[in-house]
Design a protein. Sequence first.
Length: 388
Amino acid sequence: MSRKWAALPCSKGSSSSPIRCSLSSPSCCSSDGGAAAGRGFQMAEEGEGTRGLAEDEEERWSGMLPELLGEIIGRVDSSEEVWPMRKSIVSCACVCRRWREVTMGIVQSPLRSGRITFPSSLKQPGPREFPLQCFIKRSKKNSTFYLYLSLNQSFMDKGKFLLAARRIRRGAHTEYLISLDLDDLSQGSNAFVGKLRSDFWGTKFSIYDSQPPFSGAKASSSKASRRFTSKKISPHLPSGNFQIGQVSYKFNLLKSRGPRRMLCSLQCPLSREDPEEDQRSSEAKGGLSGASGSAVILRNKAPRWHDHLQCWCLNFHGRVTVASVKNFQLVEGTTSCQPRRGQVEKDTILQFGKVGDDLFTMDFRHPLSAFQAFAICLTSFGTKLACE
């Protein structure tokens, strides 16, 4: 399985230019030069022939009847529902531009299908009815973190790679660079999708997207932003430093017992497939100023103290097996109090917890995207002495 998300190619034939021989070159006058010139013309003809064959092949594939093409891709999409079989629908999108357009029109977003298919799905909101189950692997030696989509209920599952992050120190701040590539975690890579930046204390974090989250979005003008935008992220899309969220941990100066207290202010992506989002966006209060979209406030669910176990407990429904101060559940709202008796408990939007020395589960749902959920979970790593 590939160690990265490969960009879908645009089939336009061979991009290599034919090799041509200059008649003014002295080597062309000798016998060896004449032979070289002959080989040059032969290679030029072969290059042009290869390009012509590629164009003919693309035209043949794109010339398929629209009804037949839609039927074929629709059946592939419905039959290959999980990874690694899901790669068949990705292969359909790689045939040619026409096939890609049809495939992108048939494959539904995670909000409706509950499936992550293309890299663009990582920045789209998850499903409402159930959470998408993922897990994070940590490498302490390399200060790297890897997000995988769970393919079954086993914690030993290899999973489908989604995102990777690398922690680096920049002066008094810590940054997590997030990438689509397992191996290339540099900020100048085309696989770079965003970053997470903390303050000196490690209690306040800002989430940045490398691409504008909505039309008309303006990049941050901070010093970190100028450094961020100095490198070209993609030759086809405008790169920038767009703030889409903030995560803060409340100080615990009295050292009272209890878990960390989190507050998240996020600008969640809007989905054209969900008309309820427009109304929700207009009624939302708080969130990031000057942004367009659905502003969401998330706060950690308050745990209960277990007298027998002498610890704080949350119901993770078997998805968390190791007690840790890093474990948390996030729900919508501005208060973290427990629901009263008879009151309906709010759905958990994001839960994160430890299951091994360097293995953690991450389950998220609408309105968060996989990218946002991963960034929030990254804030939990690291010591926060003033918050514990």
